[in-house]
Design a protein around this ligand. Structure first.
Ligand SMILES: *[C@@H]1O[C@H](CO)[C@@H](O)[C@H](O)[C@H]1NC(C)=O
Ligand SMILES: *[C@@H]1O[C@H](CO)[C@@H](O)[C@H](O)[C@H]1NC(C)=O
Ligand SMILES: *[C@@H]1O[C@H](CO)[C@@H](O)[C@H](O)[C@H]1NC(C)=O
Ligand SMILES: *[C@@H]1O[C@H](CO)[C@@H](O)[C@H](O)[C@H]1NC(C)=O
Ligand SMILES: *[C@@H]1O[C@H](CO)[C@@H](O)[C@H](O)[C@H]1NC(C)=O
Ligand SMILES: *[C@@H]1O[C@H](CO)[C@@H](O)[C@H](O)[C@H]1NC(C)=O
Ligand SMILES: *[C@@H]1O[C@H](CO)[C@@H](O)[C@H](O)[C@H]1NC(C)=O
Ligand SMILES: *[C@@H]1O[C@H](CO)[C@@H](O)[C@H](O)[C@H]1NC(C)=O
Length: 618
């Protein structure tokens, strides 16, 4: 080594040590996302089912769930089934036909046909036969107890043990629906009344599912999460995907430990040598860059250094010309912000994207770095998907998945608008609030690194075609080690109105994830209060301080039905929960605020379990 290499090498070392945020997450993303459970009503469901916050790869095709607010449902061959109970260890379900749940007069007539390779009936099942559109006048007149009337369509039902001698030959339609044997027995002994029929249909029937059950048991026991990719069962393990268990990849220490050590030492030496080579290249590159762009701001160099440091981990990089092509020369603008403009675009494969072109102001380099560092490692239904970036000196763009419904703010601040499509129902608002909380929960749950967003506000919440909320804009985000409970900050960040008091005034306590909880609370409170169709039922409402007024309405003996938009008890319960949760979140003292996982729990539980918080507006 020539002696003058040493100073050079130490410069290189210094460059290497420039503190650049890194998110190096060892966890296999699928373990985290498939660890999430499908929650609906009071049911909690996981593999082989998917849907909601569980991506499709966490379950078996054919086991997609939806939630109607009360119970999970799945659809198979035209009929939907409502899940009433589940037993994880025996792989059994109690389900009822959704269309027969509270009526024997369904809107359309569909048989119960399940895919037999996925489900088998339980030995406890039998069936009821339902006949509709029957025209035998002589029989209709005598009204046997198993006759029913669906607004002028006369029908009968029979079971194996009960037909009361009726003839069903004159009936146009015939449908079979499984029920439990016990319900069928009760039907016979009770004389076959229609009340008993309704009860029997409501009670459902038993099913056993068949979705690589034993493989999944093994997978879970070995520390993995079950899923399904490329048409076969997959076990997601910490160190990759496996077709059965995580053990064969894990139990590698053991017989040939010596070989492992040798390989380990060799790998260490090789990587050390490579590091040296990379160092030399980096050093010469750094010098070149420095000479060439001597006049460029330090900002640009930081970004370039960051991107180099990220290496192959960095998301896809596009040229400015690609970006121009993608957006058809920036013809369709989606929105504007302090950072620049967002345009609609299309990738060569036809996928729609949103392209955020950052304005050329100096000093947005750190925002750019924060954004890439935070978001390129996230994958969650409630975080916007990042697809790439462009960085050519002052030309900077970030490319995301396209969100057809835009940002939440336009749905909140629509006072004075008569556009009905901008009014969100309570149910949708509630789902949005839960979704954002789940997204934040995910950001804080990272394996080594937590991501604090620091700019949660309606403008930064995007909505997809189903109004699933996605957190975006990580320009102010901060990455910190999981072990750090408090974050040091050199300058206040955030947006007035959402920024937590401790962020700009240290007397309130340390800055932590609770600062995002505060912003979240402000956002939810705005969702509740900011809608045009909420008006206080008092004259001179403009003179009333809305927060103080709403706080009073929470007290015993008062209720929220005075909010004009609330039309039923369910909505009042939803509104009450959202208000109570938001008030807890905006407590001035961070330690009084709930953590975000607690927030999810509070939103999903009953409002009766929530205490009224101290008035944060006092
Ligand atoms: C059900 O079993 C699956 C796989 O065996 C497991 O991942 C999941 O946590 C269980 N769910 C509940 C609610 O026990
Ligand atoms: C689930 O099934 C197992 C095995 O059949 C049984 O032992 C257990 O009691 C069931 N659990 C519930 C909650 O029914
Ligand atoms: C249901 O299946 C039976 C035979 O299994 C058939 O006769 C009947 O027409 C089917 N009903 C409908 C509505 O498809
Ligand atoms: C039943 O499910 C299996 C496994 O998912 C699938 O391959 C098959 O095509 C399904 N059968 C029908 C008739 O849909
Ligand atoms: C379970 O599913 C597999 C593959 O889909 C099929 O080969 C097998 O017959 C099914 N078992 C039962 C009991 O239905
Ligand atoms: C069936 O119900 C309708 C009203 O819902 C009634 O007008 C009609 O007379 C009933 N038919 C029989 C046969 O009971
Ligand atoms: C299925 O059948 C078994 C025994 O036949 C019974 O113990 C179990 O409760 C049934 N499960 C369901 C979901 O009906
Ligand atoms: C594991 O499967 C998931 C889901 O399909 C896929 O996205 C991921 O790339 C796979 N991981 C590996 C290491 O193969």
């Amino acid at each position: 080594m020539p002696p003058n290499f040493f100073p050079a090498y130490s410069v290189f070392l210094m460059i290497m040590l420039i503190p650049v945020p890194r998110v190096v997450c060892e966890d296999n993303q699928q373990i985290v996302s498939c660890g999430a459970q499908f929650k609906c009503g009071n049911m909690v469901i996981s593999y082989p089912f998917w849907g909601g916050s569980r991506p499709h790869y966490c379950g078996h095709p054919g086991f997609e769930l939806t939630c109607d607010g009360e119970a999970p449902e799945f659809t198979m061959k035209e009929a939907s089934y409502r899940i009433l109970d589940i037993n994880n260890s025996s792989h059994t379900l109690t389900v009822a036909r959704a269309d027969y749940w509270d009526s024997y007069c369904p809107p359309t007539y569909v048989n119960t046909t399940l895919n037999e390779s996925l489900f088998s009936y339980n030995a406890t099942d039998t069936e009821v036969n339902l006949y509709y559109d029957c025209h035998d006048e002589s029989q209709t007149q005598t009204e046997p107890s198993n006759q029913f009337n669906c607004t002028n369509i006369i029908g009968y039902y029979t079971t194996l043990d009960l037909n009361l001698g009726v003839s069903t030959e004159s009936c146009g339609v015939y449908v079979t629906v499984p029920i439990f044997q016990s319900a069928a027995t009760a039907l016979v002994s009770g004389g076959g009344t229609l009340t008993l029929l309704t009860e029997a249909l409501k009670g459902g029937f038993g099913l056993e599912w068949n979705a690589s059950n034993s493989l999944c048991t093994e997978c879970v026991q070995s520390g993995g999460q079950c899923g399904y990719t490329s048409n076969q069962f997959t076990c997601y393990c910490r160190n990759g995907n496996s077709s059965s268990t995580c053990r064969n990849t894990r139990s590698s220490s053991g017989p040939n430990v010596n070989r492992k050590i040798i390989i380990g030492v060799a790998a260490f030496i090789v990587s050390f040598v490579m590091l040296g080579c990379i160092g030399i290249i980096r050093y010469s590159l750094a010098v070149k860059t420095w000479v060439f762009w001597k006049k460029e701001s330090e900002d640009d160099e930081n970004v370039e250094a960051f991107i180099r440091n990220y290496g192959s981990l960095a998301p896809k990089r596009y040229n400015y010309s690609d970006v121009k092509k993608m957006t058809n020369s920036f013809t369709s603008e989606l929105g504007q912000g302090g950072f620049g403009c967002v345009y609609e675009g299309k990738l060569p494969d036809g996928r729609m994207v949103a392209v955020k072109l950052l304005s050329k102001s100096k000093g947005n380099g750190q925002d750019f770095i924060n954004e890439i560092a935070s978001i390129s490692r996230t994958s969650h239904v409630n975080i916007v998907t990042f697809m790439g970036f462009c960085f050519e000196r002052s030309r900077r763009a970030l490319i995301y998945e396209f969100m057809p419904n835009g940002s939440l703010d336009k749905f909140i601040y629509n006072r004075g608008s008569s556009n009905e499509s901008l009014k969100l129902e309570w149910k949708t608002m509630y789902q949005i609030a839960v979704g954002i909380a789940r997204g934040l929960e995910y950001l804080y749950r990272g394996c080594n690194t937590r991501i604090l967003h620091f700019d949660i506000k309606p403008h930064n919440i995007l909505l997809d075609q189903n109004f699933i909320p996605k957190i975006s804009d990580f320009g102010l985000a901060k990455l910190c080690q999981k072990t750090e409970s408090m974050v040091s900050m050199t300058h206040a960040r955030g947006t007035t109105g959402y920024i937590a008091p401790e962020v700009f005034c240290r007397n309130f306590g340390g800055v932590s994830h609770k600062s995002d909880v505060y912003s979240y609370g402000m956002l939810v409170f705005e969702m509740v209060g900011g809608r045009k169709n909420i008006d206080v039922q008092v004259s001179h409402s403009s003179q009333i301080h809305f927060p103080t007024w709403i706080y009073k309405q929470l007290q015993p003996g008062k209720d929220l039905t005075v909010l004009r938009s609330i039309t039923n008890e369910e909505e009042e319960e939803t509104a009450r929960k959202m208000i109570l949760v938001s008030l807890w979140c905006i407590q001035p003292n961070p330690s009084d605020r709930p953590s975000i996982d607690k927030v999810v729990e509070m939103l999903e539980g009953s409002s009766h379990l929530l205490e009224i918080p101290p008035n944060p507006f006092m």
